[in-house]
Design a protein around this ligand. Structure first.
Ligand code: BTN
Length: 325
Protein backbone atom coordinates (compact mmCIF):
# COMPACT_ATOMS: atom_id res chain seq x y z
CA UNK A 1 0.00 0.00 0.00
CA UNK A 2 1.29 3.48 -0.88
CA UNK A 3 2.55 5.39 2.21
CA UNK A 4 0.24 8.30 1.44
CA UNK A 5 -2.74 5.97 1.49
CA UNK A 6 -1.56 4.44 4.79
CA UNK A 7 -1.31 7.96 6.22
CA UNK A 8 -4.74 8.80 4.92
CA UNK A 9 -6.20 5.70 6.54
CA UNK A 10 -4.89 6.89 9.93
CA UNK A 11 -5.96 10.49 9.38
CA UNK A 12 -9.42 9.52 8.08
CA UNK A 13 -10.80 9.76 11.66
CA UNK A 14 -10.50 13.57 11.45
CA UNK A 15 -8.41 13.77 14.69
CA UNK A 16 -4.95 15.29 15.12
CA UNK A 17 -1.99 12.92 14.77
CA UNK A 18 1.56 14.08 15.42
CA UNK A 19 4.27 13.69 12.79
CA UNK A 20 6.15 11.56 15.31
CA UNK A 21 3.31 9.06 15.85
CA UNK A 22 2.58 8.86 12.14
CA UNK A 23 6.27 8.26 11.43
CA UNK A 24 6.51 5.58 14.12
CA UNK A 25 3.49 3.74 12.71
CA UNK A 26 4.85 3.80 9.17
CA UNK A 27 8.48 3.24 10.12
CA UNK A 28 9.80 6.52 8.72
CA UNK A 29 11.08 9.88 9.95
CA UNK A 30 9.00 13.05 10.38
CA UNK A 31 10.36 14.70 7.27
CA UNK A 32 9.44 11.65 5.17
CA UNK A 33 5.93 11.82 6.68
CA UNK A 34 5.65 15.47 5.67
CA UNK A 35 6.90 14.67 2.17
CA UNK A 36 4.11 12.10 1.72
CA UNK A 37 1.47 14.30 3.37
CA UNK A 38 2.22 17.10 0.91
CA UNK A 39 1.26 14.78 -1.96
CA UNK A 40 -2.30 14.53 -0.61
CA UNK A 41 -2.92 17.89 -2.27
CA UNK A 42 -2.74 16.03 -5.62
CA UNK A 43 -5.92 14.25 -4.50
CA UNK A 44 -7.51 17.60 -3.51
CA UNK A 45 -7.36 16.60 0.15
CA UNK A 46 -7.09 19.54 2.52
CA UNK A 47 -4.84 19.03 5.53
CA UNK A 48 -4.57 21.20 8.64
CA UNK A 49 -1.09 21.36 10.20
CA UNK A 50 -1.01 22.91 13.69
CA UNK A 51 2.24 23.17 15.59
CA UNK A 52 2.22 21.22 18.85
CA UNK A 53 -0.79 19.15 17.70
CA UNK A 54 0.19 17.65 14.37
CA UNK A 55 -1.94 17.01 11.30
CA UNK A 56 -5.59 16.39 10.67
CA UNK A 57 -7.88 16.33 7.65
CA UNK A 58 -10.12 19.34 7.09
CA UNK A 59 -12.99 16.81 6.71
CA UNK A 60 -12.99 13.27 8.14
CA UNK A 61 -13.08 10.68 5.37
CA UNK A 62 -14.92 7.38 5.24
CA UNK A 63 -12.71 5.24 3.04
CA UNK A 64 -14.32 2.46 1.01
CA UNK A 65 -14.21 -0.84 2.85
CA UNK A 66 -15.19 -4.19 1.39
CA UNK A 67 -16.72 -5.64 4.58
CA UNK A 68 -18.61 -2.44 5.39
CA UNK A 69 -20.04 -2.42 1.84
CA UNK A 70 -21.00 -6.09 1.91
CA UNK A 71 -23.02 -5.55 5.13
CA UNK A 72 -25.61 -3.87 2.89
CA UNK A 73 -25.63 -6.51 0.14
CA UNK A 74 -28.11 -9.31 0.84
CA UNK A 75 -27.09 -12.98 0.40
CA UNK A 76 -29.27 -13.22 -2.71
CA UNK A 77 -27.46 -10.30 -4.36
CA UNK A 78 -24.02 -11.37 -3.11
CA UNK A 79 -24.44 -14.66 -4.93
CA UNK A 80 -24.63 -12.65 -8.17
CA UNK A 81 -21.45 -10.65 -7.43
CA UNK A 82 -18.50 -13.06 -7.28
CA UNK A 83 -15.72 -10.49 -6.91
CA UNK A 84 -15.39 -6.90 -5.64
CA UNK A 85 -12.25 -4.81 -6.14
CA UNK A 86 -11.58 -1.42 -4.53
CA UNK A 87 -8.93 0.80 -6.15
CA UNK A 88 -7.44 3.96 -4.64
CA UNK A 89 -6.64 5.69 -7.88
CA UNK A 90 -7.64 4.46 -11.33
CA UNK A 91 -8.23 6.02 -14.75
CA UNK A 92 -11.82 4.78 -15.08
CA UNK A 93 -13.64 1.90 -13.40
CA UNK A 94 -15.58 1.35 -16.65
CA UNK A 95 -12.44 1.18 -18.74
CA UNK A 96 -10.83 -1.18 -16.25
CA UNK A 97 -13.76 -3.61 -16.23
CA UNK A 98 -14.15 -3.48 -20.02
CA UNK A 99 -10.54 -4.61 -20.25
CA UNK A 100 -10.99 -7.22 -17.51
CA UNK A 101 -14.10 -8.50 -19.28
CA UNK A 102 -12.05 -9.09 -22.44
CA UNK A 103 -9.62 -11.11 -20.36
CA UNK A 104 -12.45 -13.34 -19.10
CA UNK A 105 -13.59 -11.77 -15.79
CA UNK A 106 -16.87 -13.31 -14.59
CA UNK A 107 -20.31 -11.76 -14.81
CA UNK A 108 -20.95 -9.76 -11.64
CA UNK A 109 -17.35 -8.54 -11.26
CA UNK A 110 -17.42 -5.22 -9.36
CA UNK A 111 -14.93 -2.37 -9.36
CA UNK A 112 -15.11 0.67 -7.06
CA UNK A 113 -12.56 3.47 -6.84
CA UNK A 114 -11.75 6.28 -4.42
CA UNK A 115 -10.70 8.45 -7.35
CA UNK A 116 -10.80 8.37 -11.17
CA UNK A 117 -8.28 10.32 -13.19
CA UNK A 118 -10.28 9.97 -16.41
CA UNK A 119 -13.83 9.17 -15.32
CA UNK A 120 -16.02 8.76 -18.39
CA UNK A 121 -19.40 10.44 -18.76
CA UNK A 122 -22.00 10.12 -21.52
CA UNK A 123 -21.44 11.82 -24.88
CA UNK A 124 -17.67 11.89 -24.42
CA UNK A 125 -17.80 14.08 -21.33
CA UNK A 126 -15.48 13.71 -18.36
CA UNK A 127 -16.96 12.61 -15.03
CA UNK A 128 -15.29 14.65 -12.30
CA UNK A 129 -14.14 12.09 -9.73
CA UNK A 130 -12.29 13.57 -6.72
CA UNK A 131 -10.79 11.28 -4.07
CA UNK A 132 -12.92 9.78 -1.30
CA UNK A 133 -15.85 12.07 -1.94
CA UNK A 134 -18.42 10.30 -4.11
CA UNK A 135 -19.16 6.83 -5.47
CA UNK A 136 -17.60 5.56 -8.69
CA UNK A 137 -18.82 2.04 -9.27
CA UNK A 138 -18.86 -0.38 -12.22
CA UNK A 139 -20.26 -3.87 -12.63
CA UNK A 140 -19.55 -6.23 -15.51
CA UNK A 141 -22.56 -8.25 -16.62
CA UNK A 142 -22.72 -10.96 -19.26
CA UNK A 143 -26.13 -11.26 -20.92
CA UNK A 144 -27.27 -14.21 -22.99
CA UNK A 145 -29.17 -11.62 -25.04
CA UNK A 146 -28.44 -9.74 -28.26
CA UNK A 147 -27.25 -6.12 -27.99
CA UNK A 148 -30.56 -4.97 -29.58
CA UNK A 149 -32.61 -6.43 -26.72
CA UNK A 150 -30.64 -4.34 -24.22
CA UNK A 151 -31.90 -0.95 -25.43
CA UNK A 152 -33.88 -0.30 -22.23
CA UNK A 153 -31.16 -1.50 -19.85
CA UNK A 154 -30.04 2.00 -18.83
CA UNK A 155 -33.62 2.81 -17.80
CA UNK A 156 -33.79 -0.31 -15.62
CA UNK A 157 -30.47 0.65 -14.01
CA UNK A 158 -31.89 4.13 -13.31
CA UNK A 159 -34.79 2.50 -11.44
CA UNK A 160 -32.32 0.34 -9.47
CA UNK A 161 -30.36 3.45 -8.44
CA UNK A 162 -33.52 5.20 -7.21
CA UNK A 163 -34.47 2.07 -5.21
CA UNK A 164 -31.04 2.13 -3.54
CA UNK A 165 -31.34 5.84 -2.79
CA UNK A 166 -34.78 5.34 -1.29
CA UNK A 167 -33.35 2.61 0.98
CA UNK A 168 -30.55 5.01 1.95
CA UNK A 169 -33.11 7.59 3.10
CA UNK A 170 -33.49 9.68 -0.07
CA UNK A 171 -37.03 9.21 -1.34
CA UNK A 172 -37.61 12.26 -3.57
CA UNK A 173 -35.34 11.50 -6.53
CA UNK A 174 -36.49 11.53 -10.14
CA UNK A 175 -35.25 10.17 -13.46
CA UNK A 176 -34.53 12.19 -16.58
CA UNK A 177 -34.52 10.19 -19.80
CA UNK A 178 -32.45 8.34 -20.68
CA UNK A 179 -30.57 7.82 -17.42
CA UNK A 180 -29.88 10.82 -15.23
CA UNK A 181 -30.87 10.77 -11.59
CA UNK A 182 -32.09 14.15 -10.39
CA UNK A 183 -32.96 15.80 -7.12
CA UNK A 184 -34.98 19.02 -7.44
CA UNK A 185 -33.94 19.30 -11.08
CA UNK A 186 -30.21 18.97 -10.32
CA UNK A 187 -28.07 16.01 -11.33
CA UNK A 188 -27.27 13.67 -8.45
CA UNK A 189 -26.02 10.65 -10.38
CA UNK A 190 -25.30 9.46 -13.91
CA UNK A 191 -25.13 6.08 -15.59
CA UNK A 192 -22.83 5.01 -18.40
CA UNK A 193 -23.31 1.66 -20.14
CA UNK A 194 -20.51 0.31 -22.31
CA UNK A 195 -21.29 -2.80 -24.35
CA UNK A 196 -19.22 -5.33 -26.21
CA UNK A 197 -21.00 -7.76 -28.51
CA UNK A 198 -19.69 -11.31 -28.71
CA UNK A 199 -19.55 -13.69 -31.66
CA UNK A 200 -22.09 -15.99 -29.99
CA UNK A 201 -24.68 -13.18 -30.29
CA UNK A 202 -24.57 -12.60 -26.53
CA UNK A 203 -23.20 -9.44 -25.03
CA UNK A 204 -21.16 -8.06 -22.12
CA UNK A 205 -22.03 -4.74 -20.55
CA UNK A 206 -20.12 -2.61 -18.09
CA UNK A 207 -22.64 -0.65 -16.04
CA UNK A 208 -20.99 2.45 -14.54
CA UNK A 209 -22.62 4.62 -11.88
CA UNK A 210 -21.28 7.93 -10.62
CA UNK A 211 -23.13 9.25 -7.57
CA UNK A 212 -22.35 12.55 -5.87
CA UNK A 213 -22.14 12.10 -2.10
CA UNK A 214 -20.03 15.02 -0.85
CA UNK A 215 -18.46 16.96 -3.69
CA UNK A 216 -15.45 18.93 -2.37
CA UNK A 217 -15.96 22.65 -2.87
CA UNK A 218 -12.60 23.03 -4.65
CA UNK A 219 -13.85 20.71 -7.43
CA UNK A 220 -17.18 22.41 -8.00
CA UNK A 221 -15.95 24.90 -10.60
CA UNK A 222 -15.11 22.02 -12.97
CA UNK A 223 -18.72 20.80 -13.27
CA UNK A 224 -20.60 22.22 -16.24
CA UNK A 225 -24.23 21.38 -15.39
CA UNK A 226 -26.60 21.94 -12.44
CA UNK A 227 -25.70 19.29 -9.86
CA UNK A 228 -26.24 18.32 -6.24
CA UNK A 229 -24.71 15.85 -3.79
CA UNK A 230 -26.47 13.62 -1.23
CA UNK A 231 -25.13 15.44 1.82
CA UNK A 232 -26.44 18.78 0.54
CA UNK A 233 -29.82 17.29 -0.36
CA UNK A 234 -30.21 15.48 2.96
CA UNK A 235 -28.36 18.08 5.05
CA UNK A 236 -26.76 15.17 6.93
CA UNK A 237 -23.61 13.04 6.72
CA UNK A 238 -23.88 10.01 4.42
CA UNK A 239 -21.98 6.72 4.63
CA UNK A 240 -20.44 5.93 1.26
CA UNK A 241 -20.02 2.27 2.21
CA UNK A 242 -23.70 1.96 3.00
CA UNK A 243 -24.77 3.66 -0.21
CA UNK A 244 -22.32 1.60 -2.30
CA UNK A 245 -23.65 -1.61 -0.69
CA UNK A 246 -27.27 -0.66 -1.32
CA UNK A 247 -26.46 0.28 -4.92
CA UNK A 248 -24.77 -3.08 -5.52
CA UNK A 249 -27.68 -4.98 -4.02
CA UNK A 250 -30.33 -3.28 -6.15
CA UNK A 251 -28.18 -3.27 -9.25
CA UNK A 252 -27.43 -7.01 -9.14
CA UNK A 253 -31.10 -7.89 -8.61
CA UNK A 254 -32.22 -5.49 -11.33
CA UNK A 255 -29.71 -6.85 -13.87
CA UNK A 256 -30.95 -10.38 -13.20
CA UNK A 257 -34.56 -9.26 -13.49
CA UNK A 258 -33.88 -7.37 -16.72
CA UNK A 259 -32.31 -10.48 -18.20
CA UNK A 260 -35.44 -12.49 -17.38
CA UNK A 261 -38.24 -9.99 -18.08
CA UNK A 262 -36.73 -7.03 -19.96
CA UNK A 263 -37.85 -3.44 -19.46
CA UNK A 264 -41.49 -4.42 -18.75
CA UNK A 265 -40.49 -5.21 -15.15
CA UNK A 266 -39.37 -1.60 -14.65
CA UNK A 267 -41.65 0.37 -16.99
CA UNK A 268 -44.36 1.49 -14.56
CA UNK A 269 -41.87 2.44 -11.85
CA UNK A 270 -39.84 4.43 -14.39
CA UNK A 271 -43.01 6.30 -15.44
CA UNK A 272 -43.73 7.22 -11.80
CA UNK A 273 -40.19 8.60 -11.42
CA UNK A 274 -40.15 10.51 -14.73
CA UNK A 275 -39.13 14.14 -14.08
CA UNK A 276 -40.36 15.24 -17.54
CA UNK A 277 -43.81 13.64 -17.61
CA UNK A 278 -46.35 16.31 -18.59
CA UNK A 279 -43.66 19.01 -18.62
CA UNK A 280 -42.23 21.10 -21.45
CA UNK A 281 -38.95 19.71 -22.76
CA UNK A 282 -36.54 20.35 -25.60
CA UNK A 283 -35.02 17.48 -27.53
CA UNK A 284 -31.64 18.10 -29.06
CA UNK A 285 -31.26 16.15 -32.31
CA UNK A 286 -28.09 16.14 -34.41
CA UNK A 287 -28.56 19.56 -36.00
CA UNK A 288 -31.99 20.45 -34.79
CA UNK A 289 -34.12 20.78 -31.68
CA UNK A 290 -37.82 20.18 -30.96
CA UNK A 291 -39.84 21.51 -28.05
CA UNK A 292 -42.87 19.59 -26.80
CA UNK A 293 -44.34 17.94 -23.74
CA UNK A 294 -42.82 14.76 -22.21
CA UNK A 295 -45.16 11.75 -22.12
CA UNK A 296 -42.89 9.11 -20.60
CA UNK A 297 -41.45 6.08 -22.38
CA UNK A 298 -42.84 3.30 -24.59
CA UNK A 299 -42.29 -0.44 -24.11
CA UNK A 300 -38.90 -0.29 -25.85
CA UNK A 301 -37.66 2.62 -23.69
CA UNK A 302 -38.02 5.24 -26.44
CA UNK A 303 -39.00 8.71 -25.23
CA UNK A 304 -42.56 9.81 -26.08
CA UNK A 305 -42.97 13.46 -27.00
CA UNK A 306 -46.19 15.34 -27.58
CA UNK A 307 -45.23 17.66 -30.43
CA UNK A 308 -48.24 19.99 -30.66
CA UNK A 309 -50.68 17.08 -30.52
CA UNK A 310 -48.53 14.72 -32.66
CA UNK A 311 -47.13 11.84 -30.57
CA UNK A 312 -43.56 11.00 -31.57
CA UNK A 313 -41.18 8.29 -30.29
CA UNK A 314 -37.42 8.87 -30.00
CA UNK A 315 -35.22 5.80 -29.50
CA UNK A 316 -32.48 5.77 -26.92
CA UNK A 317 -29.19 7.23 -28.08
CA UNK A 318 -30.52 9.43 -30.88
CA UNK A 319 -31.31 12.56 -28.90
CA UNK A 320 -30.65 14.32 -25.61
CA UNK A 321 -33.35 15.89 -23.50
CA UNK A 322 -33.46 19.19 -21.65
CA UNK A 323 -36.12 20.30 -19.24
CA UNK A 324 -37.51 23.73 -20.08
CA UNK A 325 -37.54 25.73 -16.86
C1 BTN B 1 -23.10 10.56 -17.20
O1 BTN B 1 -22.45 11.28 -17.97
O2 BTN B 1 -24.17 10.94 -16.72
C2 BTN B 1 -22.59 9.18 -16.83
C3 BTN B 1 -21.53 9.26 -15.76
C4 BTN B 1 -21.01 7.89 -15.35
C5 BTN B 1 -19.83 8.00 -14.41
C6 BTN B 1 -19.42 6.67 -13.86
S1 BTN B 1 -18.30 6.81 -12.50
C7 BTN B 1 -18.02 5.09 -12.53
C8 BTN B 1 -17.96 4.68 -13.98
N1 BTN B 1 -16.61 4.81 -14.52
C9 BTN B 1 -16.54 5.76 -15.45
O3 BTN B 1 -15.49 6.09 -16.04
N2 BTN B 1 -17.73 6.32 -15.65
C10 BTN B 1 -18.75 5.70 -14.81
Amino acid sequence: MQPRFQLLRILSDGHFHSGETLGATLGMGRSAVWKHLKTLAEWDIVLHAVSGKGYRLAHPLELLDRDAILCFVTEEARALLPDLEIHHDIDSTNRYLTQKGRLGAPSGQVCLAERQQAGRGRRGRTWISPFGANIYLSVLWRFALSPESLSGLGLAVGVAVTRALQDAGMPDVELKWPNDILWQGRKLAGILLEMTGELSGSCSVVVGIGLNVRMPRQTVAMIDQPWVDMETALDAPVSRNEVAGRLLRHLALALRQFEADGLSAFHDEWMRLDAANGKPVTLQLHNDSITGVGRGIDASGALILDDNGVIRHFPYGEVSLRMVS
